[in-house]
Design a protein around this ligand. Structure first.
Ligand code: KIV
Ligand code: ZN
Length: 518
C-alpha cells in the first residue's frame, strides 16, 4: 500500500556535529527557512541543553515558526529532567512542537558510557517520557534508542515498549554507528513492529560509516518506517548521516518499487544543498550523488552521444526535477548596485544585516572590478566568506612574499588586531616556509600564537570557469584538544584567498580559546 513518508531534517543538530561546523542562531534560521520552503515535515533545530547559544538558536527557529502548522520544530534532550526542561522551553513558542529524548540501549554503551544496568535504563525511559508528557508542552514525543542496531533485540523491544507505554508516539531506531545492513535493519524493524503493539510511528536515523545510510533508510521504508531522519548533503558526526537528497530522490525516481510518497518540493534541492554547503563551509564533493557537480556531467563520447539523442539514455533523473537549471543563473556584473545585490542575496536564502550587506557588497565590487560576470556561485562564495569572517580578531592588512625555485620562500604579513573594544593595532611578522603559502601561514601562526595548531587540510578550487575565476581556498586546522576549525577565503588571487582562509580558521580557533588568551 502507498504511504507518505515524513522527513525529519537533523542538519541543524546532527549536521552541526560535523567537525568544524558551527551554526549561529541567524544561520540556523536561514537554513530552517529554506528547509520549510522545501517542504520538510520536521526540523530538529538543536540540542538546547548543550549550550546557551544552541538554546537561543532553537528558540529563534521556534519563534519563527509560531504560525507554521505545516512544519514541526523538534529539540533533542538526554533522559534528564534538566535537558527535557531546556528543550521544552526552547520550542515553546512554535506552533507545532516535538520533544526528542534519547538514551543508549546497547550493552557497549551501557557498560562504557552510561554505567547503568538494563533495568535502570528501562526505569529512566519510563520516568523521563512520563515527566515530559506531564509538562503538556510538546505535541508529540519521539524516543530514540541510541545504538539500537547493536542492541540485543529483545531488550530493544522492551525499551521501545516502555517508551510507548509512557506516551512516546514516534519511535526512532538509530543506526548510530552506521553498522547495520539493509536486510538486517529490515529484520530489526519488523521484529519491533511484531513485538510492540500500540499506536506509534516508526522512524529511522542512519549514519554513513559503511556508506549504507541511504540504502538502510530506503530498506526501512520498505519495512514499514514512515519517518526518515537525514541531513542536507549528508553532513553529520564522522561519515555523516543519510543524505536527504539521495533518500528523497530514491523515493521519487524508484516510486515504482518502493511505493512511498513524500511532500518534498524536489525543485528546491539544489538551492538548499548549496546554501547549506556555503553556510557550513563543507563543500560538496563533485561525485556526490544527486547534488555533486558531476552528477549530470557526461565525459565519455559514447555517453555524450547517447544523452544528445535522448537524455534518458544515461540520466535517470531530469536535472530540472532537482532545480538544477534554475539555480545556474548569471546574475550580476560590475554595474549592479547595492539594491540588486541585496535582493539576490536575500533570494538565495541569506538574511544579512544592513552592515552585512554593506561588507559583502564592498567585496562584491572589488571582485566585480576584476571579473566581468558574477554568478550565483560567486555570490555564495562572497557571502559565505563574509559569514565566516564575523567576530574575527585578526584582519589581513598587507602581505609580501618572496619565492622562487632557488630561494626559500619568505613571507612578511601585517595583520590588524582588534581585541574587544580597544583601538585596533597592527602586528607584522616574517617567516620562512616550504613555498609562499606555507610561509604566509607560518607568519600568521606567529602573530596569533597558534604554533601548536596543525593544518590538516588545504585546498583551493575555482568557483566558476575562466581565467578570471574566483578562487575559493579552504583550510582545516586541528587544535591541541583535537577540535577542528575550518576557514575559507575568496579572491581572484590564490595566495590572498589562501591567507584569508587560514586567517579565518585561526580567528575561529582564537574565539574558542578567548578566555585563556585575553
Ligand atoms: O545517531 C544517533 O543515535 C543520534 C540520536 C541522538 C538520535 O543522533
Ligand atoms: Zn545521529
Amino acid at each position: 500500500m502507498d504511504r507518505t513518508i515524513k522527513f525529519c531534517d537533523v542538519t541543524l543538530r546532527d549536521g552541526e556535529q560535523t567537525p568544524g561546523v558551527h551554526f549561529t542562531p541567524s544561520q540556523k534560521l536561514d537554513i530552517a527557512k529554506r528547509l520549510r520552503r522545501m517542504g520538510i515535515d520536521i526540523i530538529e533545530a538543536g540540542f538546547p541543553a548543550s549550550s546557551a547559544g544552541d538554546f537561543d538558536a532553537v528558540s529563534a527557529v521556534a519563534q519563527d515558526m509560531a504560525d507554521d502548522d505545516a512544519c514541526t520544530v523538534s529539540a533533542l534532550a538526554r533522559m534528564t529532567t534538566g535537558d527535557i526542561d531546556a528543550a521544552l522551553s526552547a520550542i515553546e513558542t512554535a506552533k507545532r512542537k516535538r520533544l526528542h529524548v534519547f538514551i543508549a540501549t546497547s550493552d557497549i554503551h551501557l557498560e562504557n558510557k552510561l554505567h547503568m544496568t538494563r533495568e535502570q535504563v528501562l526505569a529512566r525511559i519510563y520516568q523521563c517520557v512520563t515527566y515530559a508528557k506531564s509538562k503538556n508542552i510538546a505535541d508529540e514525543i519521539e524516543f530514540s534508542a541510541e545504538d539500537a542496531t547493536r542492541t540485543d533485540l529483545g531488550f530493544l523491544c522492551q525499551a521501545v515498549e516502555c517508551a510507548v507505554n509512557a506516551g512516546a508516539s514516534i519511535i526512532n531506531i538509530p543506526d548510530t554507528v552506521g553498522y547495520t545492513t539493509p536486510d538486517e535493519f529490515t529484520d530489526i524493524l519488523r521484529a519491533i513492529r511484531q513485538a510492540v503493539k500500540g499506536r506509534y510511528e516508526l522512524s529511522v536515523h542512519c549514519h554513513n560509516d559503511l556508506g549504507l545510510a541511504a540504502a538502510n533508510s530506503i530498506a526501512a521504508v520498505q519495512a514499514g518506517a514512515t519517518q526518515i531522519e537525514c541531513t542536507i548533503n549528508g553532513l553529520g558526526e564522522r561519515a555523516g548521516n543519510a543524505p536527504f537528497e539521495e533518500v528523497v530522490m530514491a523515493l521519487t525516481v524508484r516510486h515504482d518499487v518502493i511505493g512511498a510518497f513524500h511532500r518534498i518540493h524536489t525543485r528546491e534541492i539544489t538551492e538548499t544543498s548549496r546554501l547549506v554547503a556555503s553556510i557550513s563551509g563543507i563543500p560538496i564533493s563533485p561525485n556526490k550523488a544527486v547534488v555533486g557537480a558531476n552528477a549530470f556531467s557526461h565525459a565519455s563520447g559514447i555517453h555524450q552521444h547517447g544523452v544528445m539523442n535522448a537524455r534518458t539514455t544515461y540520466e535517470i533523473m531530469d536535472p530540472a526535477s532537482i532545480g538544477l537549471n534554475s539555480a545556474d543563473t548569471i546574475v550580476l556584473g560590475k554595474l549592479s548596485g547595492r539594491h540588486a545585490f541585496a535582493e539576490r542575496v536575500k533570494a538565495m536564502g541569506y538574511s544579512l544585516t544592513p552592515e552585512g550587506i554593506d561588507a559583502a557588497f564592498t567585496r562584491f565590487k572589488e571582485i566585480a572590478d576584476k571579473k566581468s560576470v558574477i554568478t550565483d556561485e560567486d555570490v555564495r562564495a562572497i557571502v559565505g566568506e563574509y559569514l565566516d569572517s564575523l567576530e574575527g580578531r585578526y584582519y589581513l592588512s598587507t602581505f609580501q612574499i618572496q619565492s622562487g625555485n632557488h630561494i626559500k620562500a619568505m613571507a612578511l604579513v601585517t595583520l590588524k588586531v582588534t581585541v574587544g573594544d580597544s583601538e585596533p593595532y597592527e602586528v607584522t611578522e616574517a617567516a620562512p616556509g616550504e613555498g609562499p603559502i606555507d610561509a604566509a601561514f607560518n607568519a600568521i601562526k606567529r602573530i596569533a600564537g597558534a604554533e601548536n595548531t596543525v593544518l590538516i587540510s588545504y585546498g583551493i578550487t575555482a568557483v566558476t570557469e575562466g581565467t578570471d575565476a574566483l578562487g575559493e581556498a579552504r583550510v582545516r586546522l586541528k587544535a591541541e584538544d583535537n577540535s577542528v576549525y575550518t576557514g575559507r577565503g575568496v579572491s581572484t588571487d590564490v595566495i590572498k584567498a589562501s591567507i584569508k582562509a587560514y586567517l579565518n580558521a585561526v580567528n575561529k580557533w582564537t574565539n574558542a580559546n578567548k578566555k585563556t588568551k585575553d
